[in-house]
Ligand binder design. Sequence first.
Ligand code: LM2
Ligand code: CA
Length: 466
Amino acid sequence: ADATRLGSPQPVMVHLFEWRWDDIAAECEDYLGPTGIDAVQVSPPNEHIVPGGVEGAWWARYQPVSYEVTSRSGDREAFEAMVRRCDAAGVGIVVDAVINHMAAIGEGEGIAGTSYSEFRYGDLYSRDDFNHCDRYDDDHIRDYQSRYEVQYCHLLGLADLATGETHVRARIADYLQTLVDLGVAGFRIDAAKHMPAEDVAAIIDRLDGEPYIFQEVIDPGDEPITKWEYQGIAAVTEFNYPHEVATAIEEGAWDRLKHVGEGDAWLKSDSALVFVDNHDNQRGHVGGGVLMHRDAAYPLALAFKLAWPYGTPKLMSSFAFEDGDQGPPSDPDAGWATTPVHGDDGIGCLDPDDDPNEGWVCEHRWSEVTAMVGFRKAAGDAPVTHWQQDGATRIAFSRDDAGFLAINGGDDEWDARLQTGLPEGAYCNVLAADCDTPVHVGGDGVAEVAVRGMDAVALQVNRTAE
Ligand code: LM2
Ligand code: CA
């Protein structure tokens, strides 16, 4: 679970959900590389269904038809160019690998023209390559308390691959190896909980190269299959994180954030992939009850995440939506082709103050976010010191002698003298637009800070006023 494989000691990842390969390439050069974001999680690059009914639904990407590298985001040539350009900008590509299943049982044609029918996907897989759990008429997963059902029946009716079989493992590993050979930096293993941990391990063992891998295991804490089973293989999504951050903030108990990552219920820091929201829970698809771009407290939650030294943080970069099934901004006349973020015809990134139901949100470009990415890098591996709080809504902590963050989750201004670990000096609040009102830290490390309601102040050692 070595996150430094992403190319830096404290890597930060962003999920450019449903972005086109060409746009991601440009984003690596224009924003991500310069900001210090190390990696991009991209939507599944392989051939998927052409969504009917729900026009352009995003979840078409989670229904593979073949391992051909052609998708709504672009073709193989565009994918390769993106990997090259991002790599040159110092940004790794992390592929969302949908390997537990193929498209929903049925028939149709994929986006690259591959035909499929019941348990047959082109020349890739046929009936014997699938699990047939023999529990119900349709063999869909119903009982999440049954380990067997969760791993051997069909998740949402998606044809469940027999990942215990050597030849199925070999096909999946071939696909992943092709991507490693193209230069991708890592993988998100989709629906890992739905594959026995030993199957995931066996597939990964077949790969040459050292990709960074994180496994998506949704462990609500009361099911037989747990995140602990996967921790020894590679990193794992820590679903306590979005839920604890959201509930602590919504309940006005910001002081609980002090315990994020602490104790037996949490994955080890270097095994944990952490996030405030993801593409599923921001639209209530799997869970919900999280903070997202629409919420006023979201930038503060992200500031906390980027300042808090637990786990490998992933940022969500969303498209706005009204309907949870809605696909990305796209042009129905062009066969649901995704609208570019960059370029003359692109609708560009939304102003964060707008609240429309369509458009690219680009949370990763928000000034608070880019500032806090810089903070995380500057803080390095400095430990948390000087935790302070005033009631339950006002919290502050240092990253030893490298940084300091104060968050005011209340409505009234918080004027306080707070202990930092910083050397004496006049510091810029990196979350402010300018450095017109520097924060003074005395020789004793005490800072005089004024934090407006629902706002934060962040100081970092290399950012002093001139
Ligand atoms: C995941 N992780 O384990 C993804 O993060 C999640 O986004 C995927 O579900 C899921 N697992 C399968 O890869 C999404 C979406 C579902 C959608 C599936 C497949 O959340 O709603 O299911 O992708 O496209 C859709 C329909 C559902 C239908 C299913 C099969 O929404 O109603 O179920 O297709 O036709 C009958
Ligand atoms: Ca399975």
